[in-house]
Design a protein around this ligand. Structure first.
Ligand SMILES: Cc1c2[nH]c(c1CCC(=O)O)Cc1[nH]c(c(CCC(=O)O)c1C)Cc1[nH]c(c(CCC(=O)O)c1C)Cc1[nH]c(c(C)c1CCC(=O)O)C2
Length: 346
């Protein structure tokens, strides 16, 4: 089966004539069929915990566009909830969580191996998808990286520069380190179960890695990624891992070796030429197209898509955006991007 799956071939280091393609947040609010299914579920979290409907929204962009990979529909904040944090979403604002900033709050969290009852519906979604996806489509599971998940658990919401997490790290390292370790262990158990349920690749999202400076970046982004990846590789040697330390800048150059990831996903803060020269020699790369092109479309989208494909054509490459597609994107522009990558238009 692997032989036919272009994503797995690129992840194994093969340079393909046409890069396989998928898109971060490909199941999302820019699609009318997603909005309809979310309304049927009631709200976002009810959708995440409804295996039939979560599988349905995962399949929608595959049916519409024929992407080469499908990413499990869930959220990085389900792990904190499984550890015992309260989680809710405020429409138009984003996630809210009960906060962890004291030893007592840390000690009230559940142990890492107690998350599975809560997350059982997610494993069921993965099982449904592994039955229902077309045979050429790769199923990607995912989790948040410990630093990014910790930033939400400490602040209780998204924050512009992750101030509360930096403050806890500097002022109460005992609680901060205990939290990082708990998330690291829970993430290993969570991804292990996703793989057992049928995920063929897993991706770690470190969306706020860029706010870590100097040795903090190595300690709190790279090192936990390395620990999670080495534990997963010991249990599932054949399953590739994609790491996305967003905002890493020049540090993207070392991260295949430092984390053990098979693929490093890059944002749009570095040029495709720089990625070709400094990151791709170490392994597969993914990402880079500015997601705003999905809103604006036109010639600029076509030119930039071609430029990324050209720059990265000499090594293993999976086409993707530099960050998630936004709700104001035009579904037609997604088709234009795909046709441009596959050379079936213009
Ligand atoms: C930081 C983060 C979160 N979640 C995620 C990250 C890391 C990636 C990134 O940096 O974007 C990851 C994520 N979230 C979601 C997925 C599903 C798979 C996919 O990419 O299609 C994935 C992989 C669904 C979602 N997660 C969320 C939505 C929108 C919810 C809705 O339908 O109202 C979706 C489709 C909500 C969410 N979830 C989160 C926030 C901050 C928000 C609110 C902001 C927003 O609305 O975009 C936490």
């Amino acid at each position: 089966m692997t032989a036919n799956k272009t994503i797995l071939r690129a992840l194994a280091g093969e340079t393909l004539p046409t890069p396989p393609i998928w898109m971060m947040r490909q199941a999302g609010r820019y699609l009318p069929e997603y909005r309809a299914t979310r309304a049927e579920a009631g709200d976002f979290l009810s959708l995440c915990y409804n295996p039939e409907l979560a599988a349905e929204v995962t399949l929608q962009p595959i049916r519409r566009y024929g992407f080469d990979a499908s990413i499990l529909f869930a959220d990085i904040l389900l792990v904190p909830q499984a550890l015992g944090a309260d989680l809710w979403f405020v429409t138009g604002e984003g996630p809210r969580l009960s906060t962890i900033t004291t030893k007592a709050e840390m000690e009230a969290l559940k142990p890492a191996d107690a998350i599975h009852d809560h997350l059982a519906p997610i494993y069921e979604t993965v099982r449904i998808l592994s039955r229902e996806l077309p045979e050429e489509t790769t199923l990607i599971g995912f989790a948040g990286a410990p630093w990014t998940v910790a930033t939400y658990m400490i602040a209780g919401k998204g924050t512009p520069v992750q101030g509360p997490a930096h403050a806890l790290k500097d002022e109460n390292p005992e609680v901060f380190n205990a939290l990082m370790e708990r998330i690291t262990l829970a993430t290993i158990e969570y991804l292990d179960m996703q793989i057992k349920a049928g995920a063929e690749v897993v991706k770690l999202f470190d969306s706020w890695a860029g706010s870590l400076e100097g040795t903090d970046f190595d300690r709190y982004s790279t090192e936990p990624l390395r620990q999670i990846i080495s534990a997963l590789k010991a249990r599932h040697p054949g399953v590739p891992v994609i790491a996305f330390p967003r905002g890493a800048g020049a540090r993207f150059a070392n991260l295949h070796a430092a984390t053990g990831a098979d693929c490093i996903a890059v944002d749009d803060g570095v040029s495709a030429e720089w990625v070709a020269e400094h990151v791709q020699p170490h392994g597969c790369v993914q990402g880079n197209l500015k997601s705003s092109h999905m809103v604006t479309g036109g010639d600029a989208l076509v030119q930039e898509t071609r430029a990324i494909c050209d720059a990265l054509s000499k090594g293993p490459h999976i086409f993707n955006l530099g960050h998630g597609i936004t709700p104001d994107a035009d579904p037609e522009n997604v088709q234009l991007m795909i046709d441009t990558v596959r050379g079936t238009r213009g």
